[in-house]
Design a protein around this ligand. Structure first.
Ligand code: HEC
Length: 377
């Protein structure tokens, strides 16, 4: 398969695709071990289209798009803008999660540096949320060094989402970009891609990048947001609307069957099991993105599959008390909106018991079908 790509500045017409790309780059994130920590850092919403339009209309900012040469499919984007003193600011590196193993992120980064250099830049600057240590280390392997400057997180700027902690800070990292394209010392994530040609065509041959690293390829506090903010609020609102209509709360929130749903543990798993005679007792599990006890290690596709076919990632078919046969009729767009919404929930650690076999003693309240006294089997 060929990985030939082109890199060129974005235009207004690209905004929609670009928003999709960025959203999916973030959505992929929750599914790859080690890169879910943003979820605990920031919540809230963000309107990508507006932000992207604003960025595109700012003459200073250039958004570079990487496309596959063969079909012009959008693979990635990155933003470059001049600051002062021959220093350029690089941000918003995002790679389509489906192609995150081919070295595209690194190439796009190199293209952005090359672009800035061709405009007279001598230094590239990035900012990374200090708490994202693994990401900081990744950039250090790309030749960026911490300047020692720490910027306050822009808590007062609503467009960066709703921070969940009050100790977020932005580290400033810089890299000299005067010479020829760099060979980074101690780079344990080398790839074999080589930039060639004046038309910014890049060929990448190797897939030696660590996928988890690429999953989180985003710079600046734009990139430091959880995937939730990167989704358009319309999509999340739609998901929330469908979750409410779908009655997920009834069977997946504790307290619901006692008349008092515990909204602080919304969708974090029921406290009542359903007994299916001769089959067992099933409890609505935790649907929040907690890794250990919820859906945190499930991909968006896996959530969709479970909801529409009943098949869990481990192959077990869910009891039909979970109304998956009905959800099978949801459109792809609707079920995707539900999955996105579930992945945007705050993660709550809460493990439901079960499922219990027909002869097991449940450790939980149970709703059961009981035959009437005069019933004859
Ligand atoms: C009538 C009760 C009920 C309703 C309504 C319901 N569920 Fe469930 N759900 C369950 C039960 C019970 C299970 C566990 C079944 C099993 O273990 O076989 C389950 C399992 C699941 C699972 C698999 C989780 C896992 O860890 O195995 C997902 C995902 C899920 N439900 C999502 C939803 C969503 C989203 C909605 C609303 C659109 C919803 N459910 C509505 C009862 C329900």
């Amino acid at each position: 398969m060929s990985h030939e790509t082109t890199v060129a500045p974005a235009t207004g017409a690209d905004v929609l695709n670009l928003a999709l790309l960025i959203n999916s780059a973030y959505r992929g994130q929750g599914n790859i071990a080690g890169w879910t920590n943003e979820v605990g850092l920031l919540a809230g919403k963000r309107t990508d289209d507006d932000a992207l339009n604003a960025a595109l209309q700012t003459a200073r900012t250039t958004l570079l798009l990487m496309r596959r040469k063969a079909d012009q499919a959008l693979l990635g984007c990155i933003s470059v803008e001049p600051l002062a003193d021959a220093t350029w600011y690089i941000s918003l590196l995002a790679i389509d999660p489906r192609v995150q193993n081919f070295g595209y992120g690194r190439h796009l980064m190199a293209e952005a540096e090359k672009f800035a250099r061709s405009c007279g830049a001598q230094t590239a600057r990035i900012t990374v949320i200090k708490q994202r240590e693994t990401l900081v280390a990744w950039y250090e392997r790309r030749g960026y060094r911490q300047t020692g400057d720490v910027l306050p997180f822009p808590y007062s700027d609503p467009s960066v989402g709703a921070p969940l902690r009050d100790d977020l800070q932005l580290l400033v990292l810089e890299k000299p970009i005067t010479g020829s394209p760099d060979i980074v010392e101690g780079n344990d994530l080398t790839d074999d891609g080589t930039a060639k040609g004046k038309d910014a065509t890049i060929t990448s041959r190797s897939a030696r990048w660590a996928a988890p690293v690429l999953a989180a390829l985003v710079l600046s506090y734009w990139g430091a947001q959880s995937h939730a903010e990167q989704l358009s609020s319309a999509q999340l609102n739609r998901g929330q609307y469908l979750v409410e209509f779908g009655g997920c709360n009834d069977c997946h929130t504790p307290g619901y069957f006692f008349g008092k749903p515990d909204m602080a543990r919304y969708l974090a798993g029921s406290d009542v099991g359903f007994e299916i005679p001769e089959v067992g007792i099933f409890v609505g599990p935790n649907l929040t993105p907690d890794k250990e006890t919820g859906l945190g290690s499930w991909s968006r596709e896996e959530i969709i599959t479970a909801m529409q076919t009943g098949v869990r990632p481990d192959g077990r078919v869910l009891s039909k008390i979970m109304p998956w046969p009905a959800f099978a009729k949801l459109t792809k767009a609707d079920v995707s909106a539900i999955a996105d919404y579930l992945q945007s929930l705050p993660s709550i650690s809460s493990k439901v018991p079960g499922p219990f076999g027909p002869d097991e003693k449940p450790s939980i309240f149970v709703m059961a079908l009981r035959p009437p006294a005069n019933a004859t089997p």
